[in-house]
Design a protein around this ligand. Structure first.
Ligand code: ZN
Ligand code: ZN
Ligand code: ZN
Length: 280
């Protein structure tokens, strides 16, 4: 950290809370996909983590541009990646406006595997002789259990399994963000004590080989025992937000796009955003 003062996490914005196809799904007429509740419109999973003077986004999915516009985001200090799947990577090209606004390269915190995917999918951003107008990025390597600094905040990578793929969750202060997990080792579990806020993936009621189902997520959330848990990376199969959330135990909620948490005097609370005000 070079002796610089560590910034505290003070705000978390759910940019997207949907699984890889988003909700609604193109061509689907189910109860969730045809719901008029704005909470049933889920862009691909991502969050913004903010201190009083910095902002980091976790993942740049296909909806990254729409998310930046919706939340009116004009400053972005870094991107941190969980893994290389397309629903978490596809929007990276749209860091360009931040290059122009901030007149500097965007730092992408990525594991070796994510870096390989970035170099493959966005090869033109890594060419020796670049055309104008391509993303200006620099990769900073994320290694298991090696804390790093992003946006002046202190990040702890949490190795987790996504089917057979090793990926990363992250802990910043007393908040942890884990998406696309299907297994969390005892070693990683031991780093999840004392959480105020846990964000955890819960795909659908039925089992899935590479994502926690709702029953599995409930069990894991109970074992971790954070003060508040929010489920994300949600499928339409979970049912409409209102119904699905009503079945959850106290302290566990479904996240929805635009939901914002703020830390004031050490306490995390939900604040309405212009987006959530649309909820009837
Ligand atoms: Zn995903
Ligand atoms: Zn549907
Ligand atoms: Zn994935």
């Amino acid at each position: 950290m070079n002796g610089a003062e560590v910034k505290r996490l003070s705000r978390l914005v759910f940019l997207g809370t949907g699984t890889s196809q988003g909700v609604p799904i193109i061509g689907c007429d189910c109860e969730t996909c045809t719901s008029s509740d704005p909470r049933d419109k889920r862009l691909r999973t991502s969050v913004a983590l903010e201190s009083s003077s910095s902002r980091v986004v976790i993942d740049t999915g296909p909806d990254f541009r729409a998310q930046m516009l919706r939340e009116g985001i004009r400053q972005l200090d870094a991107v941190v990646y969980t893994h290389e799947h397309k629903d978490h990577l596809a929007g990276m090209d749209d860091v360009r406006p931040f290059n122009y606004l901030q007149k500097c390269a965007m730092t992408l915190h990525a594991s070796d595997r994510v870096e390989e995917a970035l170099r493959r999918d966005f090869y033109y951003a890594f060419d020796e002789f670049k055309h104008g107008g391509v993303p200006d990025v620099q990769v900073s390597r994320v290694e298991d259990h090696q804390p790093f600094e992003a946006g002046g905040m202190h990040w702890h990578p949490l190795p987790i399994m996504h089917g057979k793929l090793p990926i990363h969750g992250f802990r910043v202060d007393n908040v942890a963000y884990i998406t696309d997990a299907s297994h969390i080792s005892d070693e990683t579990m031991s780093q999840l004590h004392g959480l105020e806020v846990l964000v955890l993936n819960a795909l659908r009621p039925q089992p899935h080989y590479s994502h926690f189902s709702l029953p599995e997520a409930l069990e894991v959330a109970d074992r971790i025992g954070a003060k508040r848990t929010y489920f994300t990376h949600l499928s339409h199969l979970l049912g409409p937000h209102e119904k699905a959330e009503a079945s959850l135990p106290e302290g566990i909620r479904l996240a929805h796009d635009g939901l914002t948490l703020v830390r004031e005097e050490g306490m995390w609370t939900e604040v309405p955003s212009p987006w959530t005000n649309l909820v009837p």
